[in-house]
Design a binder for this molecule. Sequence first.
Ligand code: ADP
Length: 481
Amino acid sequence: MKILFAVWEIDPFFKFGGLGDVARAFPAALKDLGVDIRITIPFYKAVKLGRNRKKLLCRLRVEYAGRKEKVEIYEVAHPLNNVPVYFLKNKKYLDIVSAADTFAFFDKAVVDIVKNNSLDFQPDIIQCNDHHTGMIPLLVKENKLNIKTIMTIHNLAYQGFNSKEVLDKLGIEHTKSRLIRWEIKRRQINFLMEGIIHADAVTTVSPTYAQEIMTEEFGMGLEELLRGKEGRIFGILNGISADTRYKYHGKLNTCEFVQRKSEFKNNFGEHLKFFLEKKRKNKLLLQRKLGLRATSKLPLSCFIGRLDPAQKGLDILHKMIRKVIDSEDNQFVILGSGNIDWQKRFEWLYKFYPKYISCNFKFDEGLAHEIYEASDFILIPSKFEPCGLIQMLGMYFGTIPIAHRTGGLADSIKTYYNGFLFDRYSSVALRNTYERAVEIWKKDRKKFEEMVVNALNTDFSWDLRAKEYRELYEKLISGSI
Ligand code: ADP
């Protein structure tokens, strides 16, 4: 079984968000199951190869915008798992990301490479990820290649609109399909939509999100199209493979729990005392580092994520914190980058309560890990969340999630077991749930500690998910889907 995994980011070479984590860890788990999986990604100037050696595999010409462009393929073995990564180099289109051409050109290059057998690796399936790779399924069809395609939706909110001229550049006739004619009328091409239409199967990153995207509330305008694909849409939860990645912690020398965690395997109950003591120390270390009042007596809750007001629930989070912070009975840590307006609003809270809220507006993985290791709760008020890795990472570090019941949050958190979910998207619902959680933290330590053990024991490893994907690949190849 041979799979080519096409993606626009991969940790640690070029990481932008959660998809970069997925591209690092998911293919590795499939490789462990015996699947021959390889990754392909543009070779941007910003790619950091570090000490990893690249090998030039071949050169070819890719026709785009009426010209034959030179593309070089470099192979690098992923440093954490040895999965081959093929970097495609082209100065004009792939050096720097441009919305107009980079992804259209990359998609064309991927399909040309497979068509010409340039890699000596003929995939049975190309797995495309998000809109960046959305033109691949159509190009595979156009070239009549005997290869199946999967379109994996990580976030429907980003669809990749492009001008209709891109079709000319790709050499696709405008009259090819009814849909393209309709798109042409709108004078725009929607890459993700093309991917959904032409792929043999569509997957998304949690079972709940697979249902949600068929509704008007979450479908982002594509719900009807998605409903028409029912039976070919599969929701498989993402996972985390924290063990290898979080070894980087050692360098920080502040928070140390995770270094011992792997020794305990799935038996944290016995080691709970050790763990709680570490967590208590971590919290004091972090409070001091961030200038918060250093005390074990107050619950410390964190928010880690992109400051995206359309998705991440910043409005209800801010309102909830505003309501509870003046009692000076709670502490909060915010780590995020993005929207400047929201940065200012959170910063304003800091001005009044510097000992009770810490605002960190940057992308800092080291700090993120320290926060996971030190906090009692992680707040995830997202309006929608296709999967969400933060709740899994939180639980991996024994930090209890308080989250909106949506998408992957609904599929990974069980109230009173390993976290707390609230149903209605409102600051009142968030606040009520937060206060209930804090009440347990303060007054029912036995219950709280039981929940911490459950969170630590919940298995979010990629191994489980990879098996589900392998089954899907088998069905696709055998033609039973
Ligand atoms: P999304 O993909 O919507 O950004 P996810 O929950 O799937 O959200 O993944 C977010 C990932 O990025 C997690 O690994 C989280 O720890 C990390 N992250 C988000 N914001 C920051 C930040 N400001 N600094 C460091 N890591 C961050």
